[in-house]
Every structure is written in C-alpha cells, then in structure tokens.
Design a protein around this ligand. Structure first.
Ligand code: PMP
Length: 446
C-alpha cells in the first residue's frame, strides 16, 4: 500500500471518529452500495480527485448544483471578487437583488422570492407560509419525493431517507407526521379520493414535478394537470419543488416545460452555483405574508449571503448563453445511448435494464420492463445489482451516486471524451454484474 493510500485510510478513520458515520449527510457513507467512500480533495470540470490522488469522471455533480462542472472559471472569479469585499453582512446586498430579479424572470408567475441557505429551509418555509396563508393544517406529499429533512416532510421521503430503508425518521413526533398525507405518484384515483375526504383541510400539496429522489419517475402531464385542478378546486396551494429541476431541465424548470402554474416554487442547488442557497418564490400577495410584511416568520443569518449570491448569479449568467441547454441535451442523450446499449444486453452479459432521462438528468435502472412512474413500480432487486455496478465503476474511475435511487447529472464541463469514458466504464462494470444478482429480502424500498 502506498504512503498516499495510508494517508487516505487514516483520514477516513478520523472522519468516522469525529462525525457520525464519518459524514455530514448520510448517503455519503456508501451504506447502500458498500465499500469505503473515498474522501475527495479536488474537483475540476468533469473530474473529481480523492486524497489518494485517484481521479474519477464525476456524474454526481454535488447532487445537482454543478451544472457548469467543478470550479468553473466565471463562477470562481465571481466568488473571489465577492469574498474580497466581505463574506457576510446580514443585510441586503446588491448581488442578492440581482439574483432575485434573475430568478423571478425565469418564473413569470412569481413576483417575490425569499432566499434561504438550503432546499430544506425553502420547503420548510413554504409549508409554514401555506399553513399561515390558508389557516389549514394538513399537507400532502408523494411517495419517494424528497423535500428536505424538516420534520413535516420526512415522511415516506426519497433520497438518503429511502436508501437507508427507513421511510421516515426517528424523532419525528407521530402527531406531526399525522398531519402529512402521503400519496402514490401517477395515481389520479388516489388523489381524487383524498381530496373528496379532506380537500378543505389541505393547506399545501408538495410535489417534485420531475421526481428525482427515488430514481427518475417521469410523470404524465395529465397527472400533474389533474393535481393542479384538484388543488385549485379545493383551495389548497400547490408547490412545485424544483430544487433539482429548476434551471436544470430548462431555465424555468418543469414549471416552464409543463406550462402548469403552481402557487409556489422552491429552488436550490443550481441557484447557488455550488454555494449554500435555496429559495421559495411565488405571487406577491402570497409571499408578502412572510415577515416582515406578514405574520409568517422566517429568517436566516446567512440568507442572501453575498458570496453565495455571486456564485448563483455567475452560474445563471452562464446558463443564459445561447446553446447551453441544447448542449446539455446532446451530452445527456449521448450518455443515455451508451448506457442503453450496455443495458439492452449487448454481448448477452450483465444485468439488463433501461435509462430514464430528461435532458442532463439520467437514471440507469437495472430492471426490465417499462420505466416506472411510481416508487412501488421499482423492483427491490435493483438495489443489490446497482451496488455491484457501483463498486466496479468506482474502481475503474467513474463516480456514480452511491445509491440505486439517485440520479446522475451531466454538466457542460463533460465533453464527448468524458461522456464516452462514462459509458465505457459503465458497460465494463455492468458486464461483471450477474443478471440474477441476489434478490433482496423483503425490504421493499417504500
Ligand atoms: N427538494 C429536493 C427535490 C431535493 O432534491 C433536495 C435535496 N436533494 C431538497 C429539497 C433539499 O435540499 P437541501 O439538501 O439543500 O436541503
């Protein structure tokens, strides 16, 4: 073992001594795929490098923010310039006003935005605002959708909560969870039944219009339209959680692509360009119920932080250049085609499956049959198969999300060579995954 490897090992041990599981966010511990998580040191463009000096083609992109890749020169320059003028004021700054205007320009239904420091806070704020505005208590979410880790929303959530095999979390009082109804995606009948029973008690329905935290469960537009119609009819507010899809699938996210107008939108990730930013946005009359104008309290010492605002602004400026989304579409399609060739059993080796994709968001699914649109349609056998794939891909220098239920992100920093490398490594790794990888015990992902 080289000196450097021992250095990396030592750091992992220290991480595990100092932090629960050695991480600051659970999925990073590789619990769902096994093996030792490399500790990362550098990211440039489409590549990340660990403390042992091993480089990987990165398809995680910090879970979505890095649509321009790591350390994009324009973002770095903006951050450096902002940092020289002060890291935080706790007062409104110029970049914040500019970013607010730029975000609102992408979501024309909205006239006001409130910045937070994470997607979790943005969704949590939306829940309080909806309850405050409607005077109702109940909220509704969908199985497998993730809206951050606030108490009310950590019920049958996706993302890390899903891969841990825990639909919910210890420490969330039953009384609070009881105010959250959870429905399956892609099921108009279930929606209609719930609204018939208690439509007048519902303050807010939250949905990821492109559910991307339990695989990529692309919804039928009719389902989203029915949801919009039912919420409006019963006086419930509708939130599109675009923390992943906002600025990613189109400048105005799924709100733009579907043409459906929600009451509130949350964004995060890309809007901070790699710095901690979230936001909730909506029409003036609703948003002005937030303090200081209205009675719904919400605040944050570091909200609207000048360095984070500068990173977000620089990122959105780059995204406004011509051809960016076309390029992301091309690269996404190229990677999907490569993965599909491998998954359609070219050579008859390895597990079979398919790829779900919208633009630069991809989900490789190690399961035969039609692409699922709801959590319960995902075969629990995908998890052990994906774990085997993940380990082999990592060894060969491909950084995939450490969970079968997380998506892959392509950035503008991925050139054709990086995409082809990601496709080749995937195919090699897949060929070594037995088609009949162990079926799971009765541990359904739901
Ligand atoms: N909503 C969605 C759709 C997300 O994907 C996430 C995080 N992956 C969140 C909310 C929470 O955001 P954060 O991790 O910044 O708190």
């Amino acid at each position: 073992m080289s000196e450097e490897l021992r250095a990396g090992d030592g750091l992992l041990r220290r991480a595990r001594r100092a932090m629960p599981g050695g991480v600051s966010s659970p999925v990073r511990a590789f619990g769902a795929v096994g093996g030792e998580p490399p500790i990362l040191m550098r990211g440039h463009g489409a590549t990340v490098t660990d403390v042992d000096g091993r480089s990987y083609v990165d398809l995680v992109g910090s879970w979505g923010p890095l649509i321009l890749g790591h350390a994009h020169p324009a973002v770095l320059e903006a951050v450096e310039r902002a940092a020289r003028d002060g890291l935080t004021f706790g007062a409104t700054c110029a970049a914040e006003v500019e970013l607010a205007e730029r975000v609102l320009a992408r979501f024309p239904f909205a006239q006001r935005v409130r910045f937070t420091s994470s997607g979790t806070e943005a969704c949590m704020t939306a829940v309080r605002l909806a309850r405050g505005a409607t005077g109702r208590r109940r909220i509704v979410k969908f199985e497998g959708c993730y809206h951050g880790h606030s108490d009310a929303l950590l019920v049958k959530a996706g993302s890390g909560a899903l891969t841990l095999g825990r639909p919910s979390s210890a420490g969330v009082p039953d009384e609070l969870a009881a105010l959250t109804d959870v429905l399956p995606l892609d099921d108009e009948a279930a929606l209609e039944r719930l609204f018939e029973q208690r439509g007048r008690e519902i303050a807010l329905v939250l949905i990821e219009p492109l559910p991307a935290n339990a695989g990529l469960l692309v919804q039928r537009p009719e389902f989203l339209r029915r949801l919009r119609a039912l919420t409006a009819q019963h006086g419930a507010l509708l939130l599109f959680d675009e923390v992943i899809s906002g600025f990613r699938v189109a400048p105005g996210g799924m709100t733009q692509l579907t043409g459906i107008t929600p009451d509130l939108v949350t964004v995060g990730k890309i809007v901070g360009g790699g710095m901690p930013v979230g936001a909730v946005l909506g029409p003036a009359d609703l948003m002005d119920r937030l303090a200081p104008l209205g009675p719904v309290y919400q605040a944050g010492t570091l909200s609207g932080n000048p360095v984070a605002m500068a990173a977000g602004l620089a990122t959105l400026e780059q995204l406004a250049r011509p051809g960016v989304y076309e390029r992301l579409e091309q690269l996404g399609a190229r990677l999907a085609a490569g993965w599909e060739r491998a998954l359609s059993g070219g050579g008859g080796k390895g597990a079979a499956g398919a790829v779900a994709r919208v633009g630069s968001v991809l989900w490789p699914l190690l399961q035969r049959g039609p692409l699922p649109r709801a959590l319960h349609a995902i075969d629990a056998g995908v998890a052990p198969r994906y774990a085997a794939l993940h380990r082999r891909a990592l060894q060969r220098g491909l950084w995939l999300a450490p969970s079968a239920y997380e998506v892959a992100f392509v950035s503008t920093a991925h050139d054709e060579a990086a995409i082809d490398r990601a496709a080749d490594v995937f195919a090699e790794a897949l060929a070594a995954v037995p088609a009949d990888a162990p079926e799971p015990r009765a541990e359904a992902p739901a």
